[in-house]
Design a protein around this ligand. Structure first.
Ligand SMILES: [Zn+2]
Length: 168
């Protein structure tokens, strides 16, 4: 593992919980999306914040003994995979896959990386079959909020490659 500023931005692929017009980091458990569980543990009443739409955001660590993110022996930093599965898993209606561009300090792991800075580039047009709550418009709503395109898998990978190095 290395933690060094990279010369060229890296692109990666990840999933978010797309809800209320925002893209949230979090986990999927038993068909439900749980935003930012690490933050919920240290600050149960903290407001859950989506990835910002208007600015790049520096990653923060929610561990008790904080440090600058990303940190090698931790989970902090904006995380993404190098590669996008052919049929990415959709564990809940909120699940939205997309591409990010990342820069600054980056911790590289086997299947992906964690970065100091990142922003969403585009969303994958791959949706949960039965999304009643947002009437199938969840991805369109998020793409519009972030002013990013909604693309097929091939288009997404090509588009990502224009913004940084694709290692997947
Ligand atoms: Zn950390």
């Amino acid at each position: 593992m290395t933690a060094e500023p990279v010369a060229q931005p890296l692109v990666g692929f990840r999933r978010w919980g797309a809800t209320r017009g925002g893209l949230y980091s979090g986990i999927f458990v038993a068909g439900r999306f749980i935003p930012n569980p690490a933050l919920g543990m240290v600050a149960p009443r903290a407001a859950q914040k989506p990835w910002p739409v208007d600015a790049d955001r520096e990653a923060k660590c929610f561990a008790l003994n904080g440090h600058r993110a990303p940190f090698a022996n931790c989970n902090c930093g904006w995380a993404a995979y190098y590669a996008l599965d052919a049929e990415p898993e959709l564990p809940a209606p909120e699940c939205a896959w997309g591409a990010v561009v990342a820069w600054g300090t980056i911790i590289e792991c086997e299947t992906g990386f964690r970065a100091q800075f990142a922003r969403p580039l585009a969303l994958l047009d791959h949706r949960y079959p039965d999304d009643i709550r947002e009437r199938g418009q969840r991805l369109e709503g998020a793409a519009e909020a972030y002013e990013i395109p909604l693309l097929s898998r091939d288009e997404l990978i090509a588009y990502a490659g224009w913004h940084g190095e694709v290692r997947g």
